[in-house]
Design a protein around this ligand. Sequence first.
Ligand code: ADP
Ligand code: ADP
Length: 227
Amino acid sequence: MAGIDLHAVCKRYGDHTPVIRDVDLSIAAGEFCVFVGPSGCGKSTLLRMIAGLEDISSGELHIGGQRMNDVAPAQRGVAMVFQSYALFPHMTVRENMSFGLELAGTPKAEIRRKVDEAARVLQLDHLLDRKPKALSGGQRQRVAIGRAIVRQPGVFLFDEPLSNLDAALRVQTRFEIAKLHREFGHASTVYVTHDQVEAMTLADRILLLNSGEAVQREGSVAQCGTP
Ligand code: ADP
Ligand code: ADP
């Protein structure tokens, strides 16, 4: 089980004032934790540090009890879903979803089985041979989520995954994320958004990131999205 622990985590870019200051935080295994806060307060930076896409300036990051400060992103058991999908344009949906497992050396038959299963859950079965440019925004984001799920990560990171979708798709994809969390509920999830409704409907716990410091919200009760 992969809980996440941050101890006195700071981040500064170059010589600038720190973007993240002394964040202490424990996210339990299986917990769905949502970070809210204004644009520029450091939400993406925090996620990227957990993912290993950004160095930690000082402090300690542990995942599943292991120190992760210097561990390569692919070795952290973390999968991240971005606002901009970040799919490979020259690869089909199946190839996009298979790529991480191929890198990890997973046997071909197992990759096929896992991708088929994720495609079924996300209703992408009929789109597996298409390239991203032939998909709608909502379909692209489902592929990005599928690509993360097939790796069965201990930690799931979402960086404003619904921001580029129209209102109807935003609601639908939000329900899908909640459902996936229930079904694959062992994963610790950190989800960043500036949308209050998303936060309220998905979170076990809502944290406000206030100019670089995490503040626990009072009375943040999950309304749905938890079993
Ligand atoms: P949020 O996700 O809350 O909008 P970010 O983590 O993207 O916030 O950014 C926090 C602050 O760090 C912003 O002031 C941003 O300009 C700055 N920042 C983010 N990435 C970099 C970078 N690579 N180099 C310098 N400054 C950065
Ligand atoms: P968001 O607000 O959705 O988090 P941004 O537009 O702030 O995204 O940032 C997009 C990318 O640019 C991120 O990878 C971030 O690290 C980088 N970035 C943001 N601000 C700066 C900056 N001041 N200097 C360099 N890179 C930055």
